[in-house]
Design a binder for this molecule. Structure first.
Ligand code: ADP
Ligand code: ZN
Ligand code: ZN
Length: 760
């Protein structure tokens, strides 16, 4: 017997299948998905490389006569083997997302086991906890009186006094200390590391009150009953729950998961990374106890590994996770749920650029189980397809649409108001806050109720410019302006993290009339502190959220310490439930409207609705104030009315007129490279290929042009756009047009995205 083996490598040239003979003694053991070690290379002493078996056949076409002999598989690694379903999915992904099978396989391996060298890998339960090795007072005495006093060492010891037995990487991250500092302390006999035989369970320390299923209301019941049948009967169905925030979607998800568990099956629930807050997880623990695996990017590699093993060994039946949890080795799946299905985080922006929603759809079909999508603002394309299939227009998609129209706990939707900032300006108000928002904040502070202020731009000002000659400070690596960060007093590039000091004199004309334009969260915070000096504020954006837990720390602080005002970007938009928030101020609603992407308006609408939904979730009625320079824009008007359907109809008509998804697909081919001429040359070559292949079709191919941001991190960026249908044939044509065979080895990176979230 012969096995087709794909070598586990990044090199494009290696993304080929090699035939190996299966030795007799391995024949019964070897399956599609087995991880194997094989001799590779032509030298006398070939190296052993690892790979995966993707097919088994009786003979090889490579063996043409008696003399040619195939090399033999050296050994199998049972522990890290995959299933035939994994391999099938990887092949499908490679084709659909224009990438290597081996890249897709990597996503399905237990975290930390991708490395070839076993010694470098994460091991089970081998954990380093840090303890004090002597009496605290004794250590501190010695440190304080040392010849060379180290403040860093003292702070570590002080920290350990209250946090004995902390996990070492956590200590390193929290105190921003290095391994070597800890080693010195160990050598001095002050601290010791202990390896403890405990599972790294991220939920371990949690104490959560248990909770029972609620009696569903009529709308919830209809939805639940229908999907329940599909779980019990093992039938595929594609379900969309469109329900306003707080309408009880999560309650339905939990009761459906319960049905699956009672059937002896498991459940996968995907949520956007940013919504995987302790609050969300607590709700699941309250209902199902701690037999839940949680997967997200903030877990340490070790924690991820443990969660993965628990799932693989079938010790947990519920997996809650971000995008990549779709690859978790779950057995006997009974339902897949995707909450906030419109969220962009389900798409991977790294190779392989997969969309977890597509894969969920495929897996639900494969396993004959229901797929449940939920959102208050469904993706226009999803909603369109579901409506179509309701009307019987798309026969191949079995879909059910469920609409939840009321808040489940009788909370009333907030009252929402639009403020025209042009009028404010005309009346001489140059501040970032309208008079109405100012007085609303003041009232809230007086009433001890909390306020959230949203502004989708971090930093202090958008860009800085010379008033005399118009010079703008740009990043040297990227063609994009630098953003001023006041507290650090530096200019930062938000694309590549390049930093430089603030200009005092224009490098172009030597003028010192440098002005800061635009606004950001830092500037807003400063203005709030000036206007309301007694109010407490906290800011949440990429700059304040960098430590492992500080996202939740900020939210907890806001909630528990009764901070008056939370200021933040996109990050504050979802997943949190603060009953005492009665005012949401959307300080700038226009930013997203003016980006040139075909779906920018949809994003803006979704954000507005989501942020508005943070107001008045408790017993007190909420208020929303939307400040804008485009008060008559339909996205703003419909967001104010929380009218998704109205927005949907208007937006869909526009898309039809302009030929955008769902009426056609936009295929973006992106080229990056350090050599501009080469990037141009390859772009033209691909364009010619495509033209040749697509000559007779109704697709439109646009000539290669520089991308809107035409240089990032020193890489020149070009793009080719095709408007048409992303059929299997089209995918094949693109694959052929960009293949090495047709354009040669070029050193230019090529990415293909279908209906990308951004054309930038
Ligand atoms: P969504 O996921 O749509 O935002 P949730 O499921 O979180 O909505 O429900 C919002 C609130 O209403 C929660 O506090 C939840 O416990 C409560 N709730 C949901 N369904 C019911 C119900 N049938 N009866 C009473 N309360 C409910
Ligand atoms: Zn100048
Ligand atoms: Zn840059």
């Amino acid at each position: 017997m012969v096995a087709e083996v794909i070598i586990n490598s990044n090199a494009r040239a290696l993304n080929k299948v090699f035939d190996y003979e299966i030795p007799k003694e391995l024949e019964g053991q070897l399956k599609i998905g087995s991880r194997v070690f094989v001799p590779f290379g032509n030298s006398k002493e070939p190296k052993l490389e690892d790979g995966f078996v993707i097919n088994i056949k009786s003979k090889s076409d490579f063996v043409k006569d008696e003399k040619t002999k195939l090399k033999q598989i050296a050994k199998i690694d049972e522990e890290d083997s995959l299933t035939p379903q994994n391999i099938e999915l990887a092949k499908l992904m490679a084709n659909k997302y224009f990438c290597n099978v081996s890249d897709c396989i990597k996503l399905m391996l237990a975290p930390g086991t991708g490395s070839k060298v076993k010694a470098n890998r994460v091991h089970e339960k081998k954990l380093n906890f840090v303890y004090l090795a002597k009496d605290y007072d004794e250590i501190i005495f010695e440190l304080e009186n040392a010849k060379r006093k180290s403040q860093k060492q003292i702070s570590i010891i002080n920290f350990l006094k209250d946090n004995l037995g902390i996990y070492r990487p956590e200590l390193e991250a929290l105190l921003e200390t290095t391994s070597s500092t800890l080693k010195i302390l160990e050598q001095k006999g002050y601290i010791e590391f202990k390896e403890e035989q405990v599972a790294r369970n991220p939920l371990e320390k949690k104490k959560v009150k248990s909770d029972k299923a609620k009696d569903l209301n009529e709308e919830q019941q209809v939805c639940f009953d229908r999907i329940k049948q599909d779980i019990i009967n093992n039938t595929y169905s594609n379900n969309l729950i469109y329900g306003i925030t707080g309408s009880g979607k999560t309650e339905i998800y939990m009761q459906l998961i319960d049905v699956a568990l009672k059937q002896g099956k498991s459940a996968l629930m995907l949520v956007p990374e940013i919504s995987l807050t302790p609050q969300t997880i607590d709700r699941f623990i309250a209902r199902f106890g701690k037999s839940i695996a949680v997967l997200h990017s903030k877990l340490s590699q070790g924690e991820r590994f443990d969660e993965w093993q628990k799932i693989k060994k079938d010790e947990v039946k519920i997996v809650v996770g971000a995008r990549s949890a779709i690859f978790a080795p779950i057995k006997n799946l009974g339902i897949i749920i995707i909450d906030e299905e419109h969220d962009l985080s389900y798409r991977s922006e790294m190779t392989p650029r997969y969309n977890a929603k597509d894969l969920a759809y495929y897996m639900a079909k494969q396993n004959s189980i229901p797929l449940v999508l939920g959102s208050a603002t469904p993706d226009i394309v999803t909603f369109y397809h579901d409506k179509q299939s309701q009307l019987g227009l798309e026969k191949n998609k079995v879909t059910n649409l469920f609409v939840l129209t009321k808040r489940a706990n009788d909370a009333i939707l907030p009252e929402s108001k639009i403020i025209d900032m042009r009028l404010e300006l005309a009346q001489g108000n140059k501040s970032m806050l309208s008079e109405e928002l100012k007085s609303a904040i003041e009232k809230n502070i007086k009433n001890k109720e909390q306020t959230i202020l949203f502004l989708n731009r971090r930093g202090f000002s958008t860009f800085i410019m010379c008033r005399d000659c118009g010079y703008v400070a740009n990043c040297p690596n990227c063609n994009i302006s630098l953003t001023y960060h006041k507290y650090q007093n530096i200019l930062k590039c938000h694309y590549c993290s390049h930093e430089e000091s603030v200009l005092k004199v224009c490098p172009n004309c030597s003028s010192n009339r440098i002005k800061f334009y635009g606004t950001g969260t830092q500037k807003l915070e400063e203005e709030i502190n000036k206007l309301f000096p007694k109010a407490s504020t906290i800011r949440m954006d990429l700059d304040t959220v960098s430590l492992k837990n500080s996202h939740e720390d900020i939210l907890n602080k806001f909630k528990n310490d009764k901070i008056d005002i939370l200021i933040g970007t996109q990050m504050i938009a979802k997943g949190h439930d603060f009953p005492n928030v009665t005012l949401v101020g959307i300080v700038g609603a226009d930013g997203e409207l003016n980006i040139g992407d075909y779906n920018a308006v949809e994003r803006a609408f979704q954000t507005l609705v989501q942020v508005s939904g943070r107001s008045g979730r408790g017993s007190k009625k909420g208020k929303v104030i939307i400040q804008t320079y485009n008060p008559e824009h339909y996205a703003i008007e419909y967001a104010q009315k929380q009218d998704y359907k109205g927005f949907f109809d208007t937006e869909l008509n526009l898309r039809k007129l302009l030929k955008y998804p769902p009426f056609c697909d936009i295929i973006l081919i992106r080229l990056n490279g350090t050599d501009l001429n080469l990037v141009k040359k390859v772009s033209n070559r691909i364009y010619q290929n495509l033209e040749g292949f697509l000559k007779e079709s109704s697709n439109i191919i646009f000539k290669p042009v520089p991308a809107p941001v035409d240089k990032i991190k020193g890489n020149y960026r070009y793009r080719i756009i095709i408007k048409g249908k992303a059929s299997q044939k089209m995918i094949e044509i693109i694959n052929r047009s960009i293949s090495e065979k047709s354009i040669g080895k070029s050193g230019v990176q090529i990415f293909v995205d279908i209906n990308p979230s951004s054309l930038m």
